[in-house]
Design a protein around this ligand. Sequence first.
Ligand code: 13P
Length: 250
Amino acid sequence: MRKFLIAGNWKMNGTRDSAVQLADEIVRGLEPSEQLEILVCPPFIFLLEVARRLKNSRLLLGAQDICADDNGAYTGEVSGSMLREAECRYVIVGHSERRSLYAENDSLVARKFIAAQNAGLIPILCVGETLEQRQNGQTHAVVLGQLNAVLEVAGLQAFGHAVMAYEPVWAIGTGKNATPEQAQEVHASIRASLGSRDAKIASRIRLLYGGSVKAANAAELLKMPDIDGGLVGGASLEAKEFLAICKAAG
Ligand code: 13P
């Protein structure tokens, strides 16, 4: 049985005070079932402070990015071992904003995925097509291409300790989510692609959907057979809304 995972990606939002307040409110409001893991991914600078608030709670901590190298002269970067020290358990890699705004290519994403696992973190590998790619009928080719690029470098077994998130670029921050059927179709194709290599890994890996998830659409997305959770952006910045999404999963 796969455990649902709801992850809040706070992106570059908030202040130290608002981050602490949000973490506190989520911790106070949590009623997680055994079948549910809940995770927040604050900006790096707030990780230590938020980690302190999460002590003795069921809320887990993740980071939004990781350096592909573990230490050395990499100005501005944060390594996996540093994230572990900040109590992170998960890290997002290959988010579409990193790919499009900071020119992260498949090979860098693959190196970050491996760096996360080497540091004892669980990578959440994001994949997704743009609107143009969808309109050109390239959705599956793009998504599976992004998956294959990491598979080739990290190897299949690495996916036994990873999470994937399907985040169609056109659905991120637009208020226009993929329909449950559209998301299910892509999730099923990711699972089938992994399943053609290893049935056990394919059945165990958690496939999250991200892109304008909110309390009003969470239940219908999460009831699809291959959607094992959500990667939530904007709606994770309000405790009430985020908790309602968690409730829909639990
Ligand atoms: P929104 O939920 O704001 O669309 O963002 C999705 C996302 O990018 C999560 O990583």
